[in-house]
Design a protein around this ligand. Structure first.
Ligand code: SF4
Ligand code: SF4
Length: 424
């Protein structure tokens, strides 16, 4: 079978009822273009979201519609070629963060993001995926983490945290209420997260644990478009959670980890979980409402919140971070488009892991720059380590590094009132 035939076969497999109905209901209005920062910031018509699916549309027409089949049978339809797939690789990986804004904008309700995710499956099946993502996928399979983080690295971070805290960070505690998974970036770069979570849970007097066989939440399978890999990574977390018999698994400050674990996981592995999955911000908000997350003092810094696309628009967590921020911030201002309508940072969906896309992702950060120029803040709070890295890169690129970028959990803990906390 040629590479092009493999791609066509994979696309036929991926075209399900929703994809077919989306293609047939598209009215070619172009409204999705104005929702995509890769289009708005470049005006390149190739970056119109629905155009990024053209080869898949061709396969749908030729294999699933009467007129398309007829044209194909009399030799009047051109098949998708390997060259076309290679050309579209750039469109579906370098200029799409799977942010979901186009799906929100489409007047006939086409979930274009879902279609692009499906198209990526065909890309992977025919060998067309960016090198950076392929390497991350290899590390995720062989080492268990896309950044190559091992248990030894985690244990070193736990040791640091314990020295700072003066008490043990729980790991492999059977029967704990919560099991926390982390993202690679949180273990490697944003190490404040482990002591922050430990302090919050100790103050709230709830039991929690890390798991030595399931600490990595980042899901490269979702980003590259491989359901098999995505399912394998989910299975590791499920096995760890079931072995420890925890009630709830906490998804970290990482957008794709949350989407993978909370929304796609049970379908990927073909069975329901025996535990709940919640995002860390949902847990913090529940503790706040129960009076178990008390703060003292106010942050006078003028700050805003950047909604990670997978957590807000695709994940529904919009109100919780605002309630949490308002608990400690005296000068919280919103960007004009925020919550479900926020503009993507430009680094999600594997774009930040794709070196080839670096120039473009920095270029289209101009959208976030415009948003920030309107409100003049000193700090951006966010809840995704990938967004955090992209925001820092973008601010640096546009000489705006005086704006600080921080994670919500670690910022909140600076105001935590744990003076009356439960003792060990
Ligand atoms: S999901 Fe986001 S980045 Fe991808 S095409 Fe749609 S609007 Fe553009
Ligand atoms: S917004 Fe929807 S209907 Fe309009 S061109 Fe895009 S996919 Fe088609």
């Amino acid at each position: 079978m040629t590479t092009a035939q493999r791609a066509i076969t994979a696309m036929v497999e991926q075209i399900d009822g929703p994809v077919a109905s989306y293609f047939s209901s598209c009215v070619h209005c172009g409204m999705c273009a104005d929702a995509c920062l890769f289009y708005t910031e470049t005006q390149d018509p190739r970056f119109t979201p629905i155009y990024k699916l053209l080869p898949m549309r061709k396969v749908w027409q030729q294999e699933f519609t009467f007129w398309g089949r007829l044209m194909k049978s009399i030799g009047l339809a051109k098949s998708v070629t390997d060259e076309e797939m290679a050309e579209w690789e750039e469109l579906v990986y370098d200029t799409c963060t799977l942010c979901g804004k186009c799906s929100l904008a489409c007047p006939v309700g086409n979930d274009i993001t879902y279609m692009i995710r499906k198209f990526r499956e065909a890309m992977v099946a025919s060998g067309h995926a960016p090198q950076g993502l392929k390497e991350a996928m290899k590390r995720a399979i062989e080492i268990g983490s896309p950044m190559g983080i091992t248990l030894t690295t985690l244990q070193a971070q736990i040791k640091h945290a314990e020295e700072e805290l003066g008490y043990k960070v729980p790991i492999d505690e059977e029967g704990a209420e919560y099991m926390m998974v982390l993202s690679s970036a949180e273990i490697a770069q944003f190490q404040e997260i482990i002591p922050a979570v430990a302090r919050i849970f100790k103050a709230a007097n709830v039991s929690w644990t890390l798991c030595s066989t399931a600490f990595e939440g980042t899901n490269t399978g979702i980003q590259i478009g491989s359901s098999d890999l995505a399912a394998e990574l989910i299975e590791r977390i499920v096995a760890g959670a079931e072995q420890l018999k925890v009630k709830t698994v906490i998804s970290p400050e990482c957008g794709h980890a949350y989407i993978a674990l909370r929304w796609e996981g049970p379908n990927l592995i073909g069975r329901p979980y025996k535990f709940k999955v919640q995002h860390i911000l949902e847990i913090l908000e529940e503790l706040r409402k129960q009076g178990k997350l008390k703060t003292k003092g106010k942050d006078e810094t003028r700050l805003t919140y950047h909604d990670p696309c997978q957590i807000a628009r695709r994940g529904g967590i919009v109100e919780q971070p605002r309630n949490l921020i308002n608990q400690f911030a005296a000068n919280f201002v919103e960007m004009k488009e925020h919550g479900e309508y926020n503009w993507c940072c430009g680094g999600g969906g594997g774009v930040a892991a794709n070196e080839r896309a670096e120039e473009r992702r920095l270029d289209v950060f101009s959208k976030k720059k415009q948003q920030l120029d309107e409100i003049k803040v000193e700090r951006i709070v966010t809840a995704c380590s990938n967004c955090r890295n992209m925001l820092e890169d973008g601010l640096d690129h546009y000489n705006m590094s005086d704006i600080e970028v921080v994670g919500l959990t670690e910022t909140l803990v600076q105001f935590l009132d744990d003076t009356n906390q439960a003792n060990d």
